[in-house]
Design a protein. Structure first.
Length: 305
C-alpha cells in the first residue's frame, strides 16, 4: 500500500445557482486525499492518513475515498471542523481562500499515528506541515517509516498560509526533505525554498528530484543527470489537484516497475524514471481538462488519444 499522509480538505468549486447567482459546490480535496484517490483510479493500492473530523464535510471525504477503494481505516476521528478551501479561478493560476483555524487537519497528534503494517511507500507534504501539532506528527510519522519504505515528499507550499511560522516551517521542510527518496518541487516552491540548484538535494537520501514547471512539464534530476519531459498542450479547465495526480502516476508506474523501494529506486535506469514521470504527466494533463481534482482512471488514459 501507498499511504498518503496530510490534509483532507473540502474544495468549494465556483458554480452558478439555478437563479444565476454565484455559488460553490463542495467536492473532496486536499493533497493527500487527491493523491490517494488518483492512485486508486490508476490501479494502485492506496490509503489515507490525516485529520478527519466528524462533521458532514468529513462524511463527504470518507464516502468519496471508500467509493474509490482508498483505505481510510487508519484514521482516528477528530472532533473539529473540516478545512474548507474556496477556489477562485484566475487567468494563469488558481486563487484559494482557506478556512483552517482549529481544524481537524491541524489537530493530528503524535499520540494517534497509524500502524505501518503493509505500507510500502508514503507521500508527505502540503499545508499539513505548517501548524503544530499536526506538523510534528507527520514529521514523526516520516521518521517511523524507516530506511526501507519509499518516501515521496511534495513541498506544495502555500505562502499565504504560513504567517509567522516561516522559520519553523522552513526548518521542518529541510529536515523532511533530507529523509525523502523522491522530492518534488514546483517553480513556486523553489522561489520560496531557494534550493539553488534543485539537484543539490540529491546529496542526501533522495534518488530523484522532480522540478515541475506547470504547463511546461517537469525536469528530472537523478544520478543519470537532468532530463526535461514536456507536456502535451490541452485546453485547461482547472489545475486543482494536477500536481497530486502527477505524484500518483509517478508512484503507480514505479510500483508496476518494481521500483517502489529506496534501494531499487536508487539503482533504477533512466528509462524507468522517464517512464514513471511520463505516466504522471499523462495523468495530470488529463486531469486539468475537467473541473476540480478529478484524476483519470487507467481505462480513461488507455482510451485517450
Amino acid at each position: 500500500m501507498i499511504l498518503c499522509c496530510g490534509e483532507a480538505v473540502i474544495d468549494m468549486l465556483p458554480t452558478n445557482a439555478t437563479d444565476g447567482a454565484r455559488a460553490f459546490r463542495p467536492v473532496p480535496g486536499g493533497a493527500a486525499v487527491n493523491t490517494a484517490i488518483a492512485l486508486a483510479r490508476l490501479g494502485a493500492s492506496s490509503g489515507y492518513f490525516g485529520g478527519i473530523g466528524t462533521d458532514d464535510f468529513a462524511k463527504i471525504l470518507l464516502d468519496a475515498m471508500r467509493h474509490e477503494g482508498v483505505d481510510a481505516s487508519r484514521n482516528t476521528p477528530v472532533n473539529a471542523p473540516t478545512t474548507l478551501a474556496f477556489i477562485h479561478p484566475g487567468e494563469d493560476t488558481q486563487g484559494f481562500s482557506f478556512y483552517d483555524l482549529d481544524s481537524a487537519g491541524r489537530s493530528v497528534s503524535p499520540l494517534n499515528l497509524p500502524t505501518l503494517d503493509g505500507v510500502e511507500a508514503a507521500v508527505f507534504g502540503g499545508i499539513s506541515l505548517i501548524h503544530k501539532p499536526a506538523a510534528g506528527a507527520f514529521e514523526a510519522l516520516m521518521q517511523a517509516m524507516g530506511p526501507n519504505r519509499l518516501i515521496l515528499f511534495d513541498a506544495n507550499i502555500r505562502p499565504a498560509l504560513i504567517g509567522d511560522q516561516a522559520a519553523d516551517y522552513h526548518a521542518r521542510l529541510m529536515r523532511m526533505m533530507a529523509q525523502a527518496d523522491i522530492i518534488k518541487l514546483s517553480d513556486e516552491d523553489c522561489d520560496w525554498l531557494h534550493p539553488d540548484p534543485p539537484e543539490q538535494l540529491l546529496q542526501g537520501r533522495a534518488a530523484l528530484v522532480v522540478h515541475s514547471h506547470g504547463p511546461d512539464g517537469v525536469t528530472l534530476h537523478s544520478r543519470h543527470g537532468a532530463q526535461h519531459i514536456p507536456t502535451t498542450p490541452v485546453v485547461v479547465a482547472d489545475t486543482v489537484g494536477a500536481g497530486d495526480t502527477f505524484n500518483a502516476g509517478l508512484l503507480a508506474s514505479l510500483s508496476e516497475q518494481n521500483l517502489l523501494s529506496p534501494a531499487r529506486l536508487a539503482t533504477s535506469s533512466a528509462a524507468g524514471l522517464t517512464r514513471a514521470a511520463a505516466l504522471g504527466l499523462r495523468a495530470a494533463t488529463f486531469s486539468v481538462t475537467r473541473p476540480g481534482a478529478d484524476a483519470p482512471t487507467r481505462k480513461e488514459l488507455e482510451c485517450a488519444p
